[in-house]
Write a protein that binds this ligand. Structure first.
Ligand code: KIV
Length: 267
């Protein structure tokens, strides 16, 4: 069996310049495959709102949705570290709510860590959750739960003021005890600067090659969704076409009586 991924192992990977891999999963079977192949971290992202539940954005995802899917993912995993994504309004209200909801991911669902979006404004929550023994992953740059405030899903950190804030936020998250930070949709050079400045691993999505690790939504990597393919996505397969071909063959074989054949029948 592969070595269990822990926060200590991730810190060592950054020190040793070993790249970190993270992918999303929302169900048992996908999580099992990712774990068997050897992905370091499995994020039960609130992107499940868009990928699994068909919502426009992540805002309607609830704690109960997240716990339900995290439980399924945990069942499929032996060695990867499972990170539960704290949904909109599960940590913004106050420190006590944040701690209570972070605790649910570990206690009810069996995750090893939680992720939440934001910098200075959530530092008190990160501090409290970490002090309770729960590892926290930060998330800066394009933070999808603030989509309306940002005016859409856009690249962040292009202006000098934004750059300074993002760099400061990364340092604040490290001081508050976060074990790593997702950097989403920011210029490559800014991601490089953050990665050099903080001693915790940075995990990029649309943040260039200089981060300590990379994350993608698994369904994007597999090419299952062609409605919108962001520039930062690389499709390593086109499962959408493969699924359509298989289902179309099934339909035609049922219609023509070719399936089931003797091979699939009981005597
Ligand atoms: O919800 C999610 O899947 C995420 C990743 C894209 C980082 O936050």
């Amino acid at each position: 069996m592969r070595e269990k991924i822990t926060v200590t192992k991730l810190a060592k990977m950054k020190k040793g310049n070993e790249k970190i891999t993270m992918l999303t999963a929302y169900d048992y079977l996908t999580a099992k495959l990712l774990d068997e192949i050897g992905v370091d971290l499995i994020l039960v992202g609130d992107s499940l709102g868009m990928v699994v539940l068909g919502y426009e954005n992540t805002l309607a995802v609830t704690m109960d949705d997240m716990i339900h899917h995290t439980k399924a993912v945990v069942k499929g995993v032996e060695s990867s570290m499972v990170v539960g994504d704290m949904p909109f309004m599960s940590y913004q209200i106050n420190v006590d709510e944040a701690l209570k909801n972070a605790g649910r991911f570990l206690q009810e669902a069996g995750a090893q860590a939680v992720k939440l979006e934001g910098g200075e404004e959530v530092a008190d929550k990160v501090d409290k959750i970490v002090k309770a023994g729960i590892p926290v992953m930060g998330h800066l740059g394009l933070t999808p739960q603030s989509v309306h405030q940002m005016g859409g899903f856009k690249v962040q950190g292009k202006e000098e003021k934004q750059k300074k804030k993002l760099l400061k936020d990364a340092q604040i998250l490290e001081e508050a005890g976060a074990f790593s930070i997702v950097l989403e949709c920011i210029p490559k050079n800014l991601a490089k600067e953050v990665t050099k400045t903080v001693s915790i691993p940075t995990i990029g999505i649309g943040a260039g090659s200089e981060c300590d690790g990379q994350v993608l939504v698994t369904q994007d990597l597999l090419g299952m969704y062609d409605k919108f393919v962001p520039k930062f996505v690389k499709q390593y397969a086109r499962l959408d076409n493969e699924i359509k071909r298989a289902v179309s063959d099934y339909i035609s074989e049922v219609k023509t009586g070719k399936f089931p054949s003797e091979e699939q029948e009981f005597c």
